[in-house]
Design a protein around this ligand. Structure first.
Ligand SMILES: NC(=O)c1ccc[n+]([C@@H]2O[C@H](COP(=O)([O-])OP(=O)(O)OC[C@H]3O[C@@H](n4cnc5c(N)ncnc54)[C@H](O)[C@@H]3O)[C@@H](O)[C@H]2O)c1
Length: 348
């Protein structure tokens, strides 16, 4: 338990909002910075309904260096930052790379510049399994080599990790953990908060739930000729609340000075891979809906299979993903129905 104030950037987004809930439930005071570029202010109400507590909120664009500086002058006690804010659409990053380099790199640099003015500070960074590309060995350990990024988005995660690592080398009082997420899915069990994809979802689960609710005609399964059991691609789908709880563990590892070095990297996944067809079957089972889908060609840039070796996170963070794929898909479906109801109300 701690009553320390923690800054959560991007705290109204998908993973950020669930992490704010987990932090508040562990007794942390949370201050959120978000510019609402990919989220809604209503998420604040969702968080409050779950925890009974409204986090402080600052509508700041982290690309505004002066605003970032002013924030830390106003909140001088803040030494702990969990940095989610970033742009994350892989396809958009290919067509608009400079937006991605600006939003994902300059924001990181401005935050680190302010934190490095403090005698000590702690930083948790949202990285991604995308840094591994198609790994040579499965499951993927943290020692697997980082492969050349397939997209500007992926590159921002690699560069981001390097920036943090270089900062840790010169400032031993600055401590950081990069968390490499596998595939976060699902929603809070109350369906007060969840994923809110803008436009056509790039990820499998929101596409599935939007198809099942009738918003999309059918799901395209990209490729059934991969060298996997059923021919479809394999990913490690992790429930967003398991992921959120891992952030709390990572933060307390730094606060309690349990780290082995001032820069550490952890994989966050379940350790189990599921194929696209397995996900569809699981979804149909938990939702009791028939999902219309068709098999189409492979999608460029998709890897065949990726799932985590979670030994390091299990042992060093004392964390394990506990929730099942069925749980995650059930929560995503419950959330989709809430979103649909809200949209119908707005239309009437
Ligand atoms: N969702 C995934 O599949 C996934 C996988 C691996 C890594 N990540 C990383 O995790 C982090 C969170 O992802 P998410 O899925 O919750 O995304 P999200 O888009 O739901 O949340 C990001 C939040 O940051 C805010 N934001 C963006 N740019 C900002 C800026 N300049 N200033 C202030 N706020 C800003 C957005 O409004 C949004 O609320 C991102 O860094 C993402 O790259 C996500």
């Amino acid at each position: 338990m701690s009553s320390k104030r923690v800054l959560v950037t991007g705290g109204l987004g998908f993973i950020g909002s669930h992490t704010v809930v987990a932090l508040q439930q562990e007794g942390y005071e949370v201050v959120i910075i978000d510019n609402l570029s990919n989220s809604s202010i209503d998420v604040l109400g969702g968080i409050t309904h779950i925890t009974g507590k409204t986090p402080e909120f600052e509508n700041i664009d982290l690309r505004d260096k002066t605003a970032v500086k002013d924030f830390f002058e106003q909140y001088q006690d803040i030494e702990d930052v969990i940095h989610f804010a970033a742009s994350k659409a892989v396809g958009e990053s290919v067509t608009n790379p400079l937006l991605y380099y600006e939003n994902n790199i300059s924001t990181l640099v401005y935050l680190l510049q302010e934190l490095n003015k403090k005698p000590s500070s702690r930083f948790i960074f949202s990285s991604s399994c995308t840094v591994y590309g198609q790994a040579d060995e499965l499951p993927i350990t943290e020692n697997a080599p980082v492969k050349k990024a397939e997209s500007p988005y992926g590159n921002t995660k690699q560069i981001g990790e390097e920036i943090i690592q270089d900062t840790c080398k010169v400032n031993v009082d600055f401590k950081a953990i990069a968390l490499r997420y596998f595939n976060p899915i699902g929603a809070h069990s109350t369906a007060e908060i969840g994923e809110l994809p803008i436009g056509t979802p790039q990820n499998l689960i929101p596409f599935i739930t939007q198809t099942a609710i009738g918003k999309r005609k059918e799901l395209s399964v990209f490729g059934d000729d991969y060298p996997t059991n059923d021919g479809t691609a394999i990913r490690d789908y992790i429930h967003v609340m398991d992921l959120a709880e891992a952030h709390v563990k990572a933060l307390s590892r730094l606060i309690n000075q349990n780290e082995k070095s001032n820069y550490e990297v952890f994989n966050l996944g379940t350790g189990k891979g599921n194929s696209v067809l397995e996900v569809i079957n699981s979804f149909e089972k938990v939702s009791k809906e028939k999902l219309p889908y068709k098999i189409v060609g492979r999608r460029e840039g998709d890897v065949i299979a990726a799932y985590a070796d979670t030994t390091k996170a299990n042992e060093d963070l004392g964390w394990k993903a506990n929730r099942s794929l069925d749980d995650a898909l059930g929560s995503a479906w419950k959330w989709q129905k809430v979103v649909q109801e809200r949209e119908e109300k707005e239309e009437n």
